[in-house]
Structure formats: structure tokens, C-alpha cells
Ligand binder design. Structure first.
Ligand code: ADP
Ligand code: MG
Length: 237
């Protein structure tokens, strides 16, 4: 659509892929277009968020349309909510089927921060959002723990899977957050084994990054299917 193209250009949103959904004009559109539950809009208002950031405007509709998303936007541009919001919407409510979403973050600090942000947006709903801590890894059978969203470094998830304490075969959403840093820190092998352990053929993967080195582009090409690529601003700024 012409209107979408003009709007994207104004906000420096670059997209590639087939049938890219229209960017959000406002958070209110989450309700009018995607029937978002009111708890999310209430939480956004409480956080004082008035407008979606450019990455949120484009990545949220992509994930809500059931498309994989390969996104690059500068640090501090709101990438966390760009995947937390649509994934909470698609999970709908807490369920006991097992781990349903996994967010991989490069460091324990980033994982803890992501868990905090995720809980802020989920307030008022009974989602079980778990940060993979050392105690949790050491604990008995993690697979019996009710968990909708598991947030962790790749190392801890991979370790728990290897010890057969964690079953990822039901995972519907996998996010590789700050994926450029996952590479810088040499975590590719661990990421790979988590990607493999998430064996549900209907999984929706997404990759968020602040920069786009070739390593990240290559990973996106190998693990994603019919992804929409969203870049805010310039590729490596
Ligand atoms: P990134 O992952 O791109 O580095 P974050 O997701 O950590 O960025 O977000 C950076 C900050 O911006 C956080 O404090 C977050 O709460 C805030 N933020 C996110 N979305 C919005 C928004 N739509 N309006 C205002 N602030 C926002
Ligand atoms: Mg981030």
C-alpha cells in the first residue's frame, strides 16, 4: 500500500519479505485491528507509553500475523516490547501444556531485565513468566514447573535440556534477543542446540538485534522461514 510506504519512509522503517503487514498507527490499533485484551493497553498506559516506537509499529503486526520476524533497531529503541507484546497476545492466557515461549538473551543481566519488562506488560494476567536462575537449573525436574514464558541465557537452557530436566518440544515462540551479542560472546553453539531442542514444527522464530553483522544475517537465513526483515534506520549504525 502506498500509505504504508509513505508512513514507513517517514519513520525510517525498511522492510523486506512478501506481504508485509501494515505498520501500527497507534497502540489503540492493537485493539481495533487485533482484538488485543484490555490488560495490555492498561499496562501500556500505566507505563506511560503513548506511541509505539518504530520497531514496535512494524514488528508487532508481523508477529501477530504469524510471520517470523528478523529485526534490527538501535539499542534503546524498544525491541523488548516489540516481541513481548505480540507473544503475550498470541499466548492469550496461562496454560499448563509446558514451556510455550523461550526468550534467549546474551547475559544474565539482560535476561533478568527482559523478565522484568515482560512481567510489567503481563500484569493482571496469570502468565507464568520464569527467569532461568542458577537454583532453577540445579533444581529437580524443571519440566514439571508450570511455565508459559522462559527467559534465559542460552547456556542455562542448553544445560537443563541436556540433563533432561527441560522439555522444549511444545515451544511455540522462540526469540533470539540481542543476537549480535549472542555471537560476540561466542554463544552460537549453545543457541544452535536450543534451536534444535525447540522441535515443534509450528514454532515461530524471531531474531532481534542492534546491528546486522554477516553472522546474524547467516543465522537468520538458516533458521527462519518466510521471515519479514525489518530494519530501523541504517543497518550498522
Ligand atoms: P532495546 O532492546 O531496543 O535496547 P528496550 O526494549 O530495552 O530497548 O527499551 C528501552 C527503554 O524504552 C525501556 O526503558 C522501555 O521501557 C522503554 N520503552 C519501550 N517502548 C516504549 C514506548 N513505546 N514508549 C516509551 N518508552 C518505551
Ligand atoms: Mg533489548
Amino acid at each position: 500500500l502506498e500509505r504504508d510506504a509513505i508512513f514507513r519512509k517517514k519513520l525510517n522503517i525498511h522492510v523486506s519479505g512478501s506481504n508485509v503487514p501494515s505498520p501500527l498507527q497507534s497502540f489503540a490499533e492493537l485493539k481495533s485491528r487485533y482484538k488485543c485484551k484490555s490488560y495490555i493497553l492498561r499496562n501500556l498506559a500505566e507505563l506511560g507509553f503513548k506511541e509505539p516506537t518504530p520497531i514496535q509499529r512494524q514488528a508487532i503486526p508481523v508477529l501477530l500475523s504469524g510471520r517470523e520476524c528478523f529485526a534490527c533497531a538501535p539499542t534503546g529503541s524498544g525491541k523488548t516490547f516489540a516481541f513481548v507484546c505480540p507473544i503475550l497476545m498470541r499466548l492469550k492466557r496461562a496454560s499448563d501444556v509446558g514451556v510455550r515461549a523461550v526468550f534467549l538473551c546474551p547475559t544474565r543481566e539482560l535476561a533478568a531485565q527482559t523478565a522484568r519488562e515482560c512481567k510489567k506488560l503481563a500484569r493482571g494476567k496469570k502468565f507464568r513468566i520464569k527467569l532461568m536462575t542458577k537454583q532453577l537449573v540445579k533444581g529437580a525436574d524443571f519440566s514439571k514447573l508450570p511455565c508459559d514464558i522462559l527467559i534465559s541465557t542460552p547456556f542455562r537452557v542448553q544445560f537443563a535440556v541436556r540433563k533432561r530436566k527441560l522439555d522444549l518440544s511444545k515451544v511455540e515462540f522462540l526469540v533470539l534477543d540481542e543476537s549480535d551479542k549472542l555471537f560476540e560472546l561466542g554463544l552460537v553453539k549453545q543457541v544452535d542446540s536450543v534451536v534444535k531442542a525447540c522441535s515443534n514444527p509450528k514454532i515461530l522464530r524471531s531474531l532481534f538485534s542492534a546491528t546486522l553483522p554477516d553472522t546474524v544475517e547467516d543465522l537468520a537465513r538458516t533458521i527462519m522461514h518466510d521471515a519479514v526483515r525489518v530494519i530501523i534506520g541504517r543497518k550498522n549504525s
